[in-house]
Design a binder for this molecule. Structure first.
Ligand code: FAD
Length: 467
């Protein structure tokens, strides 16, 4: 066993940064691990190195990250960039890969702030070169100023497609169309939540601004889209989709060599699952998440979860949940007492309460239909690593492999390099649909370390760093 640390925080996004700054300023010994080369997480990726012209292009929201990074850098928290966490267990032993060396460290307390990932939704042609996630494309823009040279189509649901289209418009990229997949009937389901959403902040007005700017910039936005397909031989050549208009349904095609897709974000749960934290199905967010109390505590002593990895709440709520978890750690280590924790956390709790009021509206507006979550076409590749199709998974269920883990053992889907990150949600959806049961009756695959790829040489050398 390697060195021992008082508080280890996994993730240097807004949640992890605020937890670290708060805990370090209270005098705790804090170590922050993150696979990225610089702090900021998904939303503020590359913020410390972004040139001014790109900063202006990405908008005021992005620039807010600079304040968080500045406060973090001024604190006494230790920061280990380019450090991959490949395991976490209930005894708070953390497997890390740093400078090419694998080791296991022990933490007295752990705060998991590993954020979210884009929801993988398999469709025909999604593995063709030229098809990528919109968030991943945005990372290229943030970190390297790279954009699709010949224009792009952006398809999916949620606020991010609009934001990326808007950022591209400002960067001079030709956005051929934004295809919005949430059904029109969602509008009626969302409408009752609008008044509360309006008091949460400027989320709705920002969404309207992006939409208006895109309209002014000549970017067509089509609503009520279904049946997405990427077509091409060696790479994407066209996007085909279904469009319901005035009671009739038709198929359209757009010629493009780039398609960006985004179907919302879901918590990264591999670490919390491997640590034995209890997870629940979140009906609103259509995903599993760890069960936490308002201080981020899980059922596993000494392990807390904050930010989007505890349930999608957005960047601002992530900041406040990070602070709350840090205060709770300080209380549990007797650095502050319960009264001080409650007093110092009051504003954060209020802030989160207000900020999260927008969520029921967004969740209803961008709720994904089952027709999208359960790939209808048997030929759709679901597990990209092991090349397993939706048809093979359905067949396995019919043959009696009735839950996701049994399908995994039988077909190997989820056993490739991504360890099921890309296929687990879809496999659970297919299994549930085949068994005519709600998806909440199942869990995603059992998680075993390493949750990130490690070479045999790195495993064999485990522990050499301490020697
Ligand atoms: C691709 C993507 C793009 C997004 N873009 C926007 C946007 O433009 N605007 C917006 O408002 N919201 C955006 N969001 C949502 C926003 O990122 C989150 O709401 C917010 O960042 C949550 O903060 P967090 O601290 O919980 O996690 P994050 O900011 O996601 O930070 C988590 C950090 O943990 C690290 N990490 C995760 N797992 C490991 C591991 N095993 N080992 C080491 N490090 C690890 C990650 O590299 C990351 O730096 C985006 C989300 C995604 C997934």
């Amino acid at each position: 066993m390697g060195d021992s640390y008082q508080l280890v925080i996994i993730g240097a996004g807004p949640g992890g940064l605020c937890a670290a700054t708060t805990a370090a300023n209270l005098g705790l010994d804090v170590t922050v691990l993150d696979e990225q080369p610089s702090p900021g997480g998904q939303i503020y990726r590359g913020i410390s190195n972004t040139p001014d012209d790109r900063l202006a292009l990405l908008g005021a929201d992005y620039q807010h990250g600079a304040d968080l990074v500045e406060a973090f850098s001024a604190s006494k928290a230790n920061y280990w960039p380019q450090t991959n966490v490949w395991s976490l267990n209930s005894r708070r032993q953390i497997g890390i890969l740093r400078h090419g060396q694998a080791s296991i460290i022990q933490a007295e307390r752990v705060i998991v702030a590993s954020g979210a990932m884009e929801r993988p939704v398999p469709f025909l042609g999604w593995t063709l070169p030229g098809v990528m996630y919109a968030g991943a494309a945005q990372i290229l823009l943030k970190t390297a100023g790279v954009v699709p040279a010949n224009g792009t189509v952006i398809a999916g649901t949620g606020p991010l497609p609009l934001l990326v289209a808007w950022q591209y418009l400002r960067a001079g990229v030709s956005v051929k169309a934004v295809l919005e997949f949430s059904p029109r009937s969602n509008l009626w389901r969302a409408a009752p939540h609008l008044p509360k959403a309006l008091v949460a902040g400027d989320y709705i007005s920002r969404g309207l601004k992006y939409t208006l700017d895109l309209n002014k910039g000549g970017v067509p936005i089509y609503y009520g889209i279904s049946g997405l397909q990427a077509q091409g031989h060696d790479r994407i050549e066209a996007v085909e989709y279904g469009w319901d208009t005035l009671g009739s349904s038709r198929r359209e095609t757009i010629v493009t060599n780039s398609l960006l897709v985004h179907f919302g974000v879901i918590p990264r749960i591999n670490l919390t699952k491997s640590a034995g934290c209890h997870h629940i199905w979140d009906r609103g967010q259509q995903c599993w998440r760890p069960q936490v109390d308002k201080w981020g505590n899980t059922n596993v002593p000494g392990i807390a979860v904050v930010g989007d990895s505890a349930g999608i709440g957005g960047a601002r709520s992530a900041e406040h949940s990070g602070r709350l978890a840090a205060l709770e750690v300080a209380r549990s280590l007797h650095t502050i007492d319960t009264q001080q924790r409650d007093l110092q956390g009051q504003e954060d709790l209020k802030w989160i309460g207000k900020d999260l009021r927008v969520r029921p509206f967004l969740e209803a507006l961008y709720r994904l239909p089952d027709s999208l979550l359960v790939p209808p076409d048997d030929k759709t590749l679901v597990c990209r690593c092991e090349e397993i199709s939706a048809g093979q998974i359905r067949q396995a269920v019919r043959e009696g492999h009735a839950d996701p883990d049994r399908v995994k053992f039988y077909l190997r889907c989820g056993m490739g390099p991504c360890q099921g990150r890309q296929c687990a949600p879809a496999v659970a959806q297919i299994v549930a649909a085949e068994n005519l049961r709600p998806v909440s009756d199942y869990t995603t695959f059992r998680v075993r370390p390493p949750i990130r790829p490690l070479s045999i040489a790195q495993l064999a050398n485990l522990g050499r760093a301490e020697e």
